[in-house]
Design a binder for this molecule. Sequence first.
Ligand SMILES: [Zn+2]
Length: 490
Amino acid sequence: MGGDEDSFTKLKQWIIKFKESIHKLDAKKTLSKFNIKPTAGSKKTTMKVVNSKRFMATGGALVVVVIAIAYMIFANNAFGVVVNGVEIAKVKDKRSADSALETLKQGFEKENDAVVAFKSQISYEKIKASKKQLLEGKALEAELKKHIGYSIRSAVIYADDKPVASFKTKDEADRVLKDIEEYFLQGLDRSGVKEISFAEKVEVKEEFSDTLDLMTREDGKNFIIKGTSEIRIHKVESGESFWSISRKYDISIEDLQKANPSANPEKIKIGQEINLVVPKSLIRVKTVEDSTYTDKIPYEQKLELSSSLYKDQSQVRVKGQYGEKEIKAEITKVNGIETGRVILSEKIIKQPKDQILVKGTKDPPPKKGTGTFSTPTRGSITSRFGRRWGRLHEGIDIAAPVGTAVKAADGGEVIFAGTSGTYGKLIKVDHGGGFVTYYGHLSKINVKVGAKVYKGQNIGSVGNTGRSTGPHLHFEIRKNGSPVNPSKYL
Ligand SMILES: [Zn+2]
C-alpha cells in the first residue's frame, strides 16, 4: 500500500517536472518569435509563427503519450479472473490465480474424495490495476470459491443409451454390473451356458456430474434390479396369505412372487415383510445355452369301422405310443425366462406307433326301456343286496378298476347326473314302468340330465367317490321308489 502511494507521488512529481521543462522550452520559442517580429511581413516570419503553433500541438501530444507511458510503467500490469464472463478478481499474474484455482480444486476433491472439474468457464484478461485492488492467497481462494461451481467425475452406467445410475469410479460401476449379473443368474443351471451378456446395450462412461446423483454399490444394484428406488412393504398379519395380500393390494400372485423371489408363498409367517413393488429391471441378463433333451413325438390315430359296435360307440383297439427324439437346441433366456429356442439337430430315438380307433356302424337300440336289465359293468359282485351289518344294502357292488365302462342296464332317460352324499358321483336312469336304476361311486359321468340312453350305452366310468372302500360300482334297481334285489332282474 505504502509503495503504491509512493509510486503515484513519484509519478506526479515527474509529470510536474516534465511540464515545467516544456514551459521553459515554450518560453524560449516565444522569445525568438519576438526577436524575429521586426521583420514582420516577410515570408520567414509567417513560417516561424506556424512552426511555433505546430510545436505547441506536438508538445500537448507528447504530454499525453508520456502520461500514458508513465501509467504503463507505474500502474501495475495485472490480470482479471473472468468467471462465466464476469470479472470476479484482479490478480498480479496468471500463475498466482492458477495456483489458487488448483488449491481450490484440491479442496473440493478432498471434500468429495473424488476427481472434480470446475463447471464455470474461467479465463483471464490483461488489465491494469493498482496494487490495492489485487487479490492473492487465502483472500483470492475465498473469492474464487464464492463464484466457481464444480462437478464430480463419475462413472455412469448407460442402458440402451439412457443413463441409469452414476457411481464414483468405473471400478464400482463395473462391480454393480457384476452384482446384477450374479443376481439374475442365481439358482440358474449354468452347465450349458456358453454366453452371458446383457439384454440391453450396456456401457460405462466416465462423465462429470453433480454430487447428489452418485449411488452406493448396494443402492445402485437394487435400483437397477427393481427399476425404482420405491420401497413398499407389507408386514404379514395373522390369517393372511399370499393370496389375500395379492387381493388387498391388487397385485397378481405372479407379480407378488416376482417381487419376493425368496419367499415361499405357501409358508409366510406373521411379521414377515412382503415386498409390494413389482420389479422392472433396467438391465436384464441374457444367457445363451446349448441344451440336449428328449422330446415326445406324437402318434397318429387311424380309424377302423366295425359293425359289432353301435354308431355312437368307439373303442381303442391299439393304443398309440409316443415316439422319442433327442434334440440339441440353443436356448436364449432373459433373466432366466426363455425368449428364444433354435433347434440345431434332431435325432429320432424311437418311432411313434399309430393308435387304432374302432368306430361302430350298427344302429343303436331305441332309447327307452325294454323291460329287461343287463349287467351294467364287467366285474365280480363283492356285496349283495340285503341286510349288511344291521343295515339294508340297497343294491349290489361290482368291483372293477377305476375307468371301467358303466353301461345303462336298460334304455331310458337320465333323471340325475351329479354328486350325491355317500353315493359320490351318481347317475339315475328312469326306464318307465316305475323302474329307476342307480349307478354310484363313479369316477366319470358321460351323460346329462334329460339325455335319452339306450340299453348298453356307455354312461360313465367306475370310480371310488363317496363313501367307498375301493373302486366299485354300486348298482340299484328301484321299483316305484323302493329298492329291489337287482340279482332277480339281471
Ligand atoms: Zn353298495
